[in-house]
Design a protein around this ligand. Structure first.
Ligand SMILES: [Zn+2]
Length: 78
């Protein structure tokens, strides 16, 4: 992701479609995977004390990223 896309995501918007609803995926430590409900893009974000510290794009389900079961994870970012 470039800086502009990163900024959008940290602002709570999908850099691909502009959507602001994400569903959570697997989580580890401060890192949390999120998926845009609008377009299915996935990102790995890390937050510390409520602030994003890093974010990177990860493969979407369509790109072979695997299926995230809806009932496995708590809801966040709503
Ligand atoms: Zn999107």
């Amino acid at each position: 992701m470039n800086g502009e896309q990163m900024e959008k995501l940290m602002d709570g918007h999908c850099p691909d479609c502009g959507g602001s609803i994400f569903r959570p995926g697997p989580q580890g430590g401060i890192a949390q995977n999120i998926e845009c409900v609008g377009c299915g893009s996935r990102f790995n974000v890390a937050r510390h004390q409520g602030q994003f510290v890093t974010a990177q794009r990860i493969p979407s389900e369509a790109d072979g990223g695997g299926v995230w079961r809806e009932d496995m994870f708590p809801r966040v970012l709503q």
